[in-house]
Design a protein around this ligand. Sequence first.
Ligand SMILES: C[S@@+](CC[C@H](N)C(=O)[O-])C[C@H]1O[C@@H](n2cnc3c(N)ncnc32)[C@H](O)[C@@H]1O
Length: 418
Amino acid sequence: MNNSKHILRPGKRNIMPSINVTEPVKLSPHTKTPSASGILKHEDKELNCFAAVPRGAEEFAAAELGLLGISSAKPGKGGVSFITHRKGLYSANLWLRTASRILVQLSQFPCSSPKELYDGTFALPWHDIITPEMTLSVDCSLRDSALTHSGFVALKTKDAVVDRIREAYGRRPNVDTNSPDVRINVHLHKNVCTISLDSSGESLDRRGYRLERNEAPLRETLAATVVALTGWDGSMPLADLMCGSGTIPVEAALLATATPPGLQRRFGFQNWLDFDASLWNNLCEEAKKGIRTLPVGVVSGYDLDSKALSIARKNSAMAGLEGRIHFFHTAMQEFRPDGEKGIIILNPPYGKRLGEEDDLRELYCQIGDVMKKYCRGWTGYVLTGNLELAKYIGLKASRRFVLFNGAIECRLLKYDLY
Ligand SMILES: C[S@@+](CC[C@H](N)C(=O)[O-])C[C@H]1O[C@@H](n2cnc3c(N)ncnc32)[C@H](O)[C@@H]1O
């Protein structure tokens, strides 16, 4: 067994070798050491960014970046890489509807051992980024690498960061895992370590409008992805027949009114030493000027559960859409569309507990019936995590998109209703 694997076996944290930080650090010949003055300091500095987005939404996120004038976007699996400057970074955080966070890469180096991790991290000019008065946290993800314990990698990275800052100032910053000033992200893949700053801070699906939750709300970013995949642009009605807390109607309305999803929240980059408040304020003011009014009735939500609907109304009011979205306390079975064409979306219960599936078969049959009998000319979309139940809809889907609701693999099924 190689040494690093032995050291990093889960549950054996006390056997990690201690590192004497007063010793001079020897960098691996592959380690790229950015100059202290180079990182993030200038507004025209090129930033290598990565926007994490739900799988299936990568192309849409790349197109959104294109609309922001960022032409370098390369969609990959579960994210989009792009190069931009400070203004583009702020805009991407403000505007991307499907991204959960945007990382700014600081360094990338080969890393197969704790020492390489420590040295590669220590080599960065952390004292230019974090002062002893600020707080920090480190998130880690890893795959196919010699270092296998994410908790250990995060700890080792943190040690190198605070040691470097202590060397410069004689004092070190504290860790705050809840609400840190700076979030550091370390990603190990095939023994290559990427160190980034998380410019978003709290996950971007926390838009700030949802104060209350019902039982199974969709994440805002997933709801935005669903709307994006329907291709809806606000020019025809959109009805969510099982709207719960209203996430899909609210995200649709934000899209149709050109409201930036991040207008009501704070971002990680606002704590950074290089934060340019006037640039940020200008971007927000500019965005507010472009917000359109949603014609009443274009977006609507239906649900059986009056408590869920009351949450949906509150959420839509918090999002600045009070009275613009119609919510109806009506069973999906009673839905009769108004108009010749439009989009229907349903996110029915999946039946996670034993026995629930039996009750839900009938519901899925009825979804098929309503779409087939009453919704000719419209296009139906069903988001479900249960493909067995989906068969009971009894219609042939013309497209299937794979999406993830947390860990649950789902399908967004498209039905052209003739
Ligand atoms: C998975 S939840 C939808 C969550 C929603 N997308 C959100 O983000 O909050 C399913 C919803 O379907 C509703 N529902 C179940 N049967 C229904 C029916 N026959 N008609 C209308 N709504 C129904 C439930 O009350 C529940 O709010």
